[in-house]
Design a binder for this molecule. Structure first.
Ligand code: HEM
Length: 398
């Protein structure tokens, strides 16, 4: 779509792959809610400070329901993708009912119970990397397969299928995929899940899809299409995010003796992982809502119908909130970061993601403390143009 807007374009240029665009710091100081035009030609408000992001994500006049409208996006020429309905298209009170059903399988206790399996998978993939390397690609060898197998376990789908949906998910989230490729990947994934769900409804197992299939909402059985929608959301939301954070977190830790020692020490990995999550908020362009009424915030009026994007990555670097915003400082006073979002849609998988990140990074740097990149960071390919930031590959040696 040609850009006819008089607004400035969304700031995107990074001076270092671990830093967010410099302009966000100026915006936090001078215009924390301001209007930009996105690469797809859609205009919207950009929110850059920690407090305003939390205020707006807690405001029920901002809706997540896109209802067929094209939101601001990095991808040019896309039409709204027809997906089975799920949590990320629902506002309360509808959202509250359905979210409760999925939360049961993702409590902190359930996530802790998955730790032995995550440890087993991590050791398995690390052993394979060691047999075949050095060098090895840490992303393909470890960071992607562990979270995607865990999603297979959660959903009760064959572990062998993880490469198939990893590929389809990547097509969907790549900004340079054509609209037809995105549509095709969506159809292929939906059809795959429809078959799996039909089987789960006939022969329930002990997994999220089977549990959902046996639930009722308002006295009515949950429809197969809703179970498909939730399965799709978990597939898409649950592995690329965690895998990219493992990759960029490992790249940041390599060669830093203090961080490696902390990761290795009993109980020491949590603070490092929280800082990795804060520093590298991999949902790089944040979360988007649409105003359903006029909303006054930060000295501006957001009109009904306008788009609002909360830049979680910028809120996580807010100098008025963090002592050391632009580096990993595991000793700084703990202020909850925004990487998992805020408000009613805050990530349901965050406990699981935290266990995965702690296990994988702790094991990796305990087993291979001398891990180092094969080439300088500046020469590596980063996912600047994708919804989920991170590295495309991370060739390492040890
Ligand atoms: C480092 C890893 C992860 C990050 C950074 C992340 C980030 C996020 C963010 C920012 C949101 C809020 C979206 C919004 O407000 O519009 C979200 C929601 C969600 N995430 Fe995650 N996520 C991660 C891992 C996971 C995992 C492992 C799962 C599943 C097992 C998962 C499932 C979901 C679901 C289902 C939602 C929608 C919740 C709702 O709308 O109520 N995520 N995630």
């Amino acid at each position: 779509m040609p850009q006819t807007s008089s607004l400035p374009p969304l700031p995107r240029a990074r001076t270092h792959p671990f830093d967010i665009p410099e302009q966000y710091a100026l915006l936090r100081g001078e215009a924390p809610i301001s209007r930009f035009v996105w690469p797809n030609g859609v205009e919207g408000w950009l929110v850059t400070t920690y407090d305003l992001i939390r205020t707006l994500l807690a405001d029920n006049r901002l809706s997540i329901d896109r209802a067929g409208n094209m939101p601001p996006s990095l991808a040019i020429g896309r039409k709204p993708v027809m997906m089975p309905r799920s949590l990320v298209a629902m506002d309360p009170p509808e959202h509250t009912l359905w979210r409760r059903l999925i939360l049961r399988d993702l409590t902190p206790g359930k996530a802790r119970a998955m730790q032995p399996r995550i440890e087993q998978l991590t050791r398995h993939y690390l052993d394979r990397m060691r047999e075949q390397g050095p060098p090895a690609d840490l992303l393909a060898g470890l960071a992607f397969p562990v979270p995607s197998q865990i999603i297979c376990d959660l959903l009760g789908v064959p572990a062998a299928d993880h490469q198939f949906f990893q590929r389809q998910t990547q097509v969907r989230s790549a900004v340079d995929s054509t609209p037809d490729e995105v549509d095709e990947a969506t159809v292929v994934l939906t059809d795959y899940l429809r078959e799996i769900v039909a089987e789960k409804l006939r022969h329930p197992g002990d997994d999220v899809l089977s549990h959902l299939g046996q639930e009722t909402v308002d006295g009515k059985p949950v429809s197969a299409e809703y179970v498909v929608g939730m399965g799709m959301l978990l597939l898409l939301a649950g592995h690329e995010t965690t895998a990219s954070t493992i990759g960029i977190g490992a790249a940041n830790v390599m060669g830093d003796e203090d961080l490696i020692r902390r990761l290795q020490s009993p109980g020491g990995s949590e603070a490092v992982v929280e800082e990795i999550l804060r520093m590298h908020s991999i949902i790089q362009y944040g979360v988007t809502r649409r105003a359903t009424a006029d909303v006054e915030a930060g000295g501006v009026t957001i009109r009904a119908g306008e788009w609002v994007t909360c830049l979680l990555a910028s809120g996580n670097r807010d100098e008025s909130v963090y002592r050391c915003p632009h580096a990993i400082d595991a000793d700084q006073p703990r202020v909850p970061h925004l990487t998992f979002g805020y408000g009613v849609h805050q990530c349901v998988g965050m406990s699981l993601a935290r266990v995965e990140l702690n296990v994988v990074l702790r094991t990796l740097f305990t087993e291979l403390p001398g891990l180092r990149p094969v080439e300088p960071l500046e020469r590596m390919r980063f996912r600047d143009d994708m919804f989920v930031y991170g590295l495309h590959e991370l060739p390492v040696t040890w």
